[in-house]
Design a protein around this ligand. Structure first.
Ligand code: UD1
Ligand code: CA
Length: 457
């Protein structure tokens, strides 16, 4: 037997008011349906079947995970939707039914349902709600056994008082599903084929239903509107903040951090407010990150201090570096340990070796910078000739005076010194001083311009 997960994702999501199918709207930058697919993968599902309908092509184009698709061309009800997936199931499979617009269910919760399934038992996830309006109610006998589910629109006045509701998430044997779905009809208030009808049919033929409740109600919350999407985003972010703090990371305010991807942070690191982490980010121990930093697909080694408003993308930062405030590492920046990158400095596709400093207002692109190099304020590498990019090599111990332009391709050899304001277009040898500088001209007693007095009308 193997586990297969069927995810319903055919609905339009009218209340989203969107040209995009609802399940593609994102939580933490990941389409909701991919959250569900990833949970299925965590459970070890042998296959995941997506039932698509509205915007099926868009869903196929957007989803990057490997899943099987079936199309439900007309949305005739949840029972009809699951039926479309039956041909892709083997009789012996255990099947979990999930929803593309319910993104936050924990794999542990789903696992409980899966573990309960047998040829004579169905498993169902329920929650108790103070206001159960709109949901299917769980009908039980006096001993508490599940008899079935009744939809809001089909419920009697008494049944409407039931506070235990159907989350829609269930697990059953494929053979059982197949047989029961073959017997449901659409003689109900909504004229739909209800998936929920399988429970009363199962009980009538002597089967049982076990129920589980999730640890948190939000695990079963679905998204029907942009407001609900924003609510789940906040819940998701707070959960990640909790995980970080549990792992020994200080967050100055757990309400003001956003993680859109996979963030790993070592102990005793401190993250100040309003930081955004995207993609795969790994941060070592004792790292300090100031407010308003954006870090995407990067590795930051232990002991590094990143000051406010620094933006790092596709880069590697070594131990004990200092960056910012207002530093920018663009793709391919690699800093070895003890590098200092200061304010308004942009580094792109360059290696900055141990102990080197680029502290003010510089651009270093397509370069290899040695150890203990000092690059003065306002220095830039002219790496682009309008057609091609060229490399600058700056060897160990070089001192580059402020406002230097290094016209690539160019090499500055070990321990050379470049005088301030130079435009370097050819190789500088080791230990040389190189400079290009216009002579200073002076004019004595220079008459300063005087502000005109406005003429009154
Ligand atoms: C369903 C349940 C209800 C439960 C509630 C939880 C049924 C009959 N009712 O009601 O007991 O309390 O979910 O939210 O199952 N879908 C399809 N194809 C269809 C119909 C629906 O893919 O033909 C998808 C929708 O896109 C949606 C999900 O299934 O993601 C649920 O459908 P919806 O119509 O919202 O069901 P509810 O009326 O909310
Ligand atoms: Ca719904």
């Amino acid at each position: 037997m193997s586990l297969k997960v069927v995810i319903l994702a055919a609905g339009k999501g009218t209340r989203m008011k969107s040209a995009m199918p609802k399940v593609l709207h994102r939580v933490a930058h990941k389409p909701m349906v991919e959250h569900v697919i990833d949970a299925a993968a965590d459970l070890g599902a042998a296959a995941t079947v997506l039932v698509v309908g509205h915007g099926a092509d868009q869903v196929r184009e957007t989803v990057t995970r490997s899943v099987e698709y079936v199309e439900q061309t007309e949305q005739l009800g949840t029972g009809h939707a699951v039926q479309q997936a039956v041909p892709l199931l083997d009789a012996v499979d255990t099947v979990l039914i999930a929803y593309g617009d319910v993104p936050l269910t924990k794999p542990e919760t789903l696992q409980k349902l899966v573990g309960d399934v047998s040829d004579s038992n169905l498993a169902l996830l329920t929650v108790n709600m103070d206001d159960p309006t709109g949901y299917g109610r769980i009908v039980r006998d006096t001993s508490g056994n599940v008899l079935g589910i009744v939809e809001q629109k089909d419920a009697t006045g008494e049944q409407l008082n039931i506070q235990e509701v159907n989350t829609g998430i269930l697990a059953a044997k494929a053979s059982v599903l197949d047989e029961l779905l073959g017997r449901i009809d659409n003689n109900n208030a909504q004229g739909e084929y209800y998936l929920t009808d399988i429970f009363s049919l199962a009980v009538e033929q002597g089967m049982t239903v076990t129920t589980h409740q999730p640890d948190h109600v939000w695990e079963t919350a679905g998204v029907n509107s942009r407001l609900q999407l924003a609510e789940l985003e906040r819940i998701y972010q707070l959960n990640q903040a909790d995980d970080l703090m549990t792992a020994g990371v200080t967050l100055r305010d757990p309400q003001r951090i956003d993680v859109r991807g996979n963030l790993t942070v070592g102990q005793d690191s401190i993250i100040d407010i309003n930081c955004l982490f995207e993609g795969d980010v790994t941060i070592g121990e004792n790292v300090e990150i100031g407010p308003n930093c954006i870090i995407s697909n990067a590795t930051i080694a232990s002991g590094t201090v990143i000051k406010a408003n620094t933006v790092i993308e596709d880069s590697v930062v070594g131990k004990n570096c200092t960056l910012g405030p207002f530093a920018r590492l663009r793709p391919g920046a690699e800093l070895a340990e003890d590098a200092h990158i200061g304010n308004f400095v942009e580094i792109k596709k360059s290696v900055i070796n141990k102990g080197s400093k680029v502290n003010h207002l510089s651009y270093v692109g397509d370069s290899i910078v040695g150890e203990k190099v000092n690059i003065g304020a306002g220095t830039i590498t002219c790496n682009y000739d309008g057609a091609n990019k060229h490399q600058t090599v700056i060897e160990d111990g070089v001192f580059i005076g402020s406002c230097t332009q290094l016209v690539a391709p160019v090499t500055v050899r070990e321990n050379a010194v470049i005088g301030a304001g130079s435009t370097i277009t050819k190789e500088v040898a080791a230990n040389q001083l190189a400079f290009t500088r216009a002579p200073v001209k002076t004019v004595d007693n220079w008459p300063r311009p005087v502000k005109k007095t406005p003429v009154k009308k």
